[in-house]
Design a protein around this ligand. Sequence first.
Ligand code: B1N
Length: 781
Amino acid sequence: MRDEAVTVPSDAAFRAAVLERLSSDHGGRRDLCSVRRAMAAVLRGVVVPIWQSALERGAGHKRVAYLSMEFLIGRLAGDTLLSLGLRDAAKAVCLELGLTLDDVLEVEPDAALGNGGLGRLAACFLDSMATVGCPAVGYGLRYEHGLFRQGIEDDKQTETPEDWLSRGYPWELRSARSYGIGFFGTVTDGVWKPSETIWAQGYDVPVPGWQGSFAGTLRLWAAEAVQSFDLGRFNGGDHVGASETEASARALCRVLYPDDGTEAGQTLRLKQEYFLSAASLADLLADHRAAGLPMETLPDHVAIQLNDTHPAIAGPELMRVLIDEEGLEFDAALKLARGVLNYTNHTLLPEALESWPEMLLGWLLPRHLEIIRMLAGAMPGAGILGGSEVRMGNLAFAMAGRVNGVSALHTELMKETVFAGLHRQHPERIVNQTNGVTPRRWIAGCNPGLAGAVTAAIGEGWLTDLERLGELEPLQPGVVEAMAEVKRANKVQLAAWLGATQGVQVDPGAMFDVQIKRIHEYKRQHLNILETIALWQEMRDAPQAGWVPRVKIFAGKAAPGYHFAKEIIHLIGKVARMVNADPVTGDLLKVVFLPNYNVSLAERLIPAADLSEQISTAGKEASGTGNMKFAMNGALTIGTLDGANVEIRERVGAENFLLFGMTAEEVSSRRAIPDHAATAIEAEPRLARALEALRDGTFIPDWPDLFAGIADNVSGPDHFLVASDFADYWRAQREADRWFADADGWAEKAALNVARSGWFSSDRTIRGYMADIWGISPVSA
Ligand code: B1N
């Protein structure tokens, strides 16, 4: 049902508009790219008026500024068509032109302005804020190159630049907003004179809510030179040097830092962080001033959310503006800043907690260092400075009204570990907001079959009120069967795609076991591949023992400098090569590593998954969001008590979840045992044998000890306790086999996962932020 107030073309008008565009803008060409662009142009013509009218409706309302270095938005055409109810019309036009809609949608570049979960969460939040009526601007950077494109050569990762902008980006509008952002220079008596200025130019991507009910904005800052071209220098013969300032400005937004979980200690990264923070604040304050509002009322009009510490320099920047430009006293400025700023922590991993050397910060942002020292002086117990570094988590905490974690467990661990001291001083400040995902993209968009089955069972309306999935219970037999049928069809489709694109033949009747996420030691892809090796070895020993056939699917990128993660990818590739060619195991076991994991690939894999691998060392994965997407698409989770797995298990029921492994508490005590890995391996001959295969050249005869590094790590320091959790993981995997062998039993468990996952909608999360953090009520329809 379309919202009556929204002008959406009829199917016939949409068709006519696309054909018209094709002829006027593309010379009547009917290739995939031309059709894609013509369709995008027509959709943009529909979306922009929706967006403008929502901005008018939201005027004067308190709004959110969501500051994030990452927005992993993926492709937009499919989502937009679905939301506007034009998917069938688009299918028909494509068919008429001799194409399929899927192929047309496929040629849209997947905008990957993010690394992983943190960036995808920001994108889900944009969708939910626009849908529930929360006025919001997502502020980010317009990186010229998003996350690198991952290739696989000789089973190893290669990296090439991603170029989402190279053929123009139809979803953005160059905005009238632009601001000069200063860097370096000197401070005299509290007056900062920057020695370099780079222009921040806004580009707006309208974000329409479901069926055009409301809308928000994603505003991305591009770096441009204040003066792009020095004609004098050019005429003087310095043809290259004449563009020097432009080149240096453009370098700022050239790439997204491809690091998820480790601190990228580069000056350019800090420059990016400040550029985002300062431009976004300048934009907010410009609106506030233009509305004629006194500065003291800022907290009544804006809530700023810092997506992790990456934009935490926004705190000192706001202080600088309030003190140096608005003339406020330090204490009044701090009170005001705390009234608007909030901070989400996304990780407790020590290597990911940002800190900047005071030297570096003082060189790039001399006035900000002064202000940070004042803050540290005013709050001596906050731990803002330490070891000649500025600790950004402590700074963000000290300046925020609310600090939140992203799952119940993570929030509790935050209170006990990194922020224990600060939490004691400010016990009311930390709140939990468990992550969520948008069901528009992650059910209706990627799994139309499932959406159809749900609607057939409980009617419309659940996509914006996901807890209504609960109405699927008590499960009717027809519904369970319909869902199982959808899963089967999705698996057949994926199997065909794997055959066509990867040259791997898999049996759609096998269990599709999927682990897709960034490659990290704490996420333990090596635990999964070691179990795969052990399984293969046992299958070879007794191929007739009644094994449940498996297809092990992996995908994920490794940070370019993360050697161990790259070795894991290499190992998976070699195991796949050996196992897939083994006539003894044949269809019993296949292993696939899919290159270039991104949002679009996730949309293809999740609907076809039977088993979702969420196997991080307990206490390490702050939340996870893939885990939620799998559950709501009817996959069972095999997982540890980590992050949001805990809450997923509570909701879907322990009998529908394959739990294994140590708890976060047990992890800490186990790690204290000096030879924890060796004892675990001794007690588990299967693991010993699998590790041996990494050392004896089973997978790479020409270079037998190539993977000895992984084996040595697992049998030595094993910080992430792969060895200690292996036996229980094996047990849970065999339990999965038994459950899967009972097809009806499995189908019922899968259906219960769908029916009970409504709470994991990001609409619920956003309503939580609105009520507990931002103090914003929805704009009424
Ligand atoms: O944020 C997600 C969580 O679901 C994941 O569990 C968590 O790992 C992820 C430095 C990060 N935490 N920290 C980062 C990203 C980029 C970077 O440069 C750290 N990403 C997460 C959403 O809450």
